[in-house]
Design a protein around this ligand. Structure first.
Ligand code: ATP
Length: 345
């Protein structure tokens, strides 16, 4: 049978499903990671035992690849170790440090700071390596849970002005986890089909399936940002969207998705530097869009639009985190930490 759009998902499709839709797997909770290893939760199988599960080599005799597989502890033990490490380096949990609180003013926000981090930039690189393994491990557990009937997923919503580093977050942070568990969507200007539906239609279709890490590179918030700044719909329409988005996100969270909303903020000078670099360097030129310069001129209008987003849509179930992103290493570190904390909730 043909697979319909909503069923067409890497995370939801068992790797062992035949074209007639029937499963030939001995157990539904096994899955094969990108490196070709089959993972089965420990209560289900026999084989080479590792802490937390059983690994079977796809090619017998290639066990020298064992060391590529992160050593996993029991979920709770692993988290305790990870949190102890974080405690050493962060003054507070990242979600507390970076969360938008009442009275937050974007105008007064200093995008050059690296709040709460005690390790400096060299320390961040070392720490990211270790926490990257933890992130991959926690994601793998979530993925296994999704394959055995669990409903949980994590959704990272990324917003930021041109050049703020959204792409770098996707490459350097999301790149740490197994790609088959990632569902990435970049939202550009709506297509004709998308415009014929409500603005949340395309967003709903892109929500992560159970066990997946969803990434929205831009999101429903463009419908109260670019749409507001460019007057694409009347104010009477966009002004209602804040409440609609809150209600939508509350339902998504209730269904089992932990939403991590992140806004990357850079200074106007840093943006200018990054955009002109795109013009100068041949390997960055593809990123340059003449439109970016026009958008830059609208910085104050965007700042007001972002301020309204933070004032109206930072809720208990889906709070906003504003990350100073002039220092790329800090922004990547902070998003990694926020994701780890989300996986541990
Ligand atoms: P980047 O996100 O890094 O700018 P890009 O420029 O390659 O990537 P595009 O496909 O051009 O990506 O889409 C980004 C543009 O789409 C942004 O300028 C954004 O404001 C616009 N956009 C996103 N959602 C909407 C929307 N709902 N209505 C109008 N424009 C939108």
């Amino acid at each position: 049978p043909r697979v319909s759009g909503s069923e067409w998902s890497t995370a939801a499709t068992p790797n062992n499903t035949e074209s007639d839709g029937s499963s030939t797997a001995p157990d539904a909770a096994s899955f094969t990671s990108i490196s070709g290893w089959t993972f089965t939760p420990k209560y289900l199988s026999v084989g080479r035992r590792v802490r937390g599960g059983v690994l079977r080599s796809p090619e017998p005799g290639r066990n020298h690849h064992d060391e590529r597989v992160p050593r996993t502890g029991s979920g709770r033990r692993w988290s305790r170790r990870r949190i102890a490490m974080a405690h050493d380096r962060w003054k507070k949990p990242a979600h507390e440090l970076l969360r938008v609180n009442e009275g937050f003013r974007l105008e007064a926000f200093d995008a050059t700071r690296t709040p709460g981090w005690k390790g400096g930039s060299p320390g961040a690189v070392k720490y990211m390596k270790k926490q990257g393994v933890a992130l991959a491990d926690l994601q793998e557990r979530l993925f296994a849970d999704g394959r055995s009937g669990g409903h949980r997923s994590v959704l990272l919503v990324l917003q930021g002005m041109d050049g703020a580093g959204k792409g770098g977050i996707v490459r350097h942070v999301i790149g740490l986890v197994d790609p088959q568990a990632v569902q990435h969507h970049a939202f550009g200007p709506p297509t004709r089909v998308e415009l014929s539906h409500n603005y949340l239609w395309r967003i709903r279709r892109a929500l992560p399936t159970p066990g997946a890490l969803g990434v929205f590179d831009r999101s429903q918030y463009e419908d109260v940002l670019v749409v507001r700044v460019h007057d694409l719909v009347p104010e009477a329409v966009w002004s209602k969207r804040y409440d609609e988005i809150n209600a939508f996100e509350a339902k998504v969270a209730e269904a089992g998705t932990v939403i991590v909303k992140v806004a990357l903020v850079i200074t106007a000078d840093e943006q200018k530097r990054r955009l002109s670099r795109r013009l100068r360097l041949p390997d960055k030129y593809w990123k340059y869009k003449p439109r970016d310069a026009d958008e830059r001129a609208l910085w104050p209008a965007y700042r007001d639009a972002y301020q309204s987003v933070f004032d109206k849509t930072s809720t208990d179930v889906a709070p906003w985190h504003v990350i100073p992103a002039n220092e790329k290493w800090y922004a990547r570190l902070a998003v990694t930490e926020l994701l780890l904390e989300a996986f541990e909730t």
